[in-house]
Design a protein around this ligand. Structure first.
Ligand SMILES: C[S@@+](CC[C@H](N)C(=O)[O-])C[C@H]1O[C@@H](n2cnc3c(N)ncnc32)[C@H](O)[C@@H]1O
Length: 283
């Protein structure tokens, strides 16, 4: 990693302020999604790690804001002596947990700054996660390289070409390989992204797949994109690439858990699911 960039610390909040944006719903293709989301995560990485790093744990594996851990869920399964790829690995906390359990965890992320945080945690924990800069839609690995692939709120809801991304996972997995991932629960798309009571009132169609887009007010350029798929879309795409779904977890909001994370909160979490964790096997 370059020494020319600002030092990476657990709580560096000295990054330039995020640009003012306006929110739109409109079609955005894969190239535009990637061109927006890479730099967006570079800008946001310091704040993300400062805000959520402690909750995630430097070598912890959390599936989402409810705090469900892989140790509790077991949806990825036993990783010991396995080759395991994390797509959208951020600072590599989950892959570090995989390594602590005897797996050969490898990370991939679109954001260089997130990977710098990963290197910071490699150094501070002594648990090194080999990581590459790349995109979920073009994995830089040979076919049949991994026993398991996973993503904890990583790339999957940021790509326009979900079929490409799932196809890439199927390609790099060995026969019978495991794929597990968490995403915003598809039913959340109907509600405003608000952790308060306004976020409990359905206001948009579950079936409208038009992406959520933030546009930089000063340049007019797309600066952030999220893509939505219904539960039926997920089943169709996974089955279409040869996966057999074995798990759909909808973690409940734990008693006494007061964390607010974006649109996730106890107010909403006690009423309906904010996260879906899907586990499937290839072939
Ligand atoms: C919400 S963060 C989750 C990171 C990590 N899994 C965690 O739990 O902290 C989403 C991550 O996905 C990465 N990402 C977004 N689009 C991606 C893409 N097309 N390919 C790979 N990673 C991507 C972002 O850079 C970011 O690090």
């Amino acid at each position: 990693m370059s020494d020319q960039l600002p030092p990476v610390t657990p709580d560096s909040r000295d990054h330039p302020p995020l640009p003012p944006v306006r929110v739109e719903r409109r079609a955005v293709d894969e190239a535009e999604s990637r061109a927006a989301n890479g730099p967006d995560w570079d800008r946001y990485a310091d704040d993300y790690q400062a805000t959520h790093g402690e909750f995630l744990g430097d070598a912890g594996f959390v599936w989402g804001p409810e705090g469900l851990t892989e140790a509790e869920a077991g949806v990825l399964g036993d990783v010991r002596d396995k080759d395991v790829l994390e797509v959208g690995s951020g600072a590599g906390q989950c892959s570090r947990w995989v390594r602590s359990r005897g797996g050969r965890g490898v990370g991939l992320d679109l954001s260089y700054r997130q990977l710098q945080h990963s290197r910071r945690l490699d150094e501070s924990t002594g648990l090194w996660v080999p990581s590459v800069l790349g995109t979920a839609t073009a994995l830089p690995f040979r076919a049949a390289s991994f026993d398991a692939v996973f993503s904890s709120f990583g790339a999957l809801q940021f790509v326009a070409d979900l079929g490409e991304a799932v196809g890439e996972v199927a390609r790099v997995l060995r026969p019978g390989g495991r794929f597990a991932f968490s995403i915003t629960h598809p039913t959340r798309w109907m509600f405003p992204d608000d952790p308060g009571t306004d976020g409990l009132v359905a206001s948009q169609s579950y079936w409208d797949r038009t992406p959520y887009v933030e546009v930089d007010e000063s340049t007019g350029a797309v600066s952030y994109v999220e893509h939505h798929r219904t539960l039926g879309d997920w089943v169709g795409i996974l089955a279409g690439h040869g996966f057999r779904i074995t798990d759909l977890l909808e973690p409940e909001w734990p008693e006494g858990h007061e964390r607010v994370w974006g649109g996730w909160s106890g107010v909403r979490g006690r009423i309906g699911p904010g996260t879906a964790v899907i586990g499937c096997d290839l072939g």
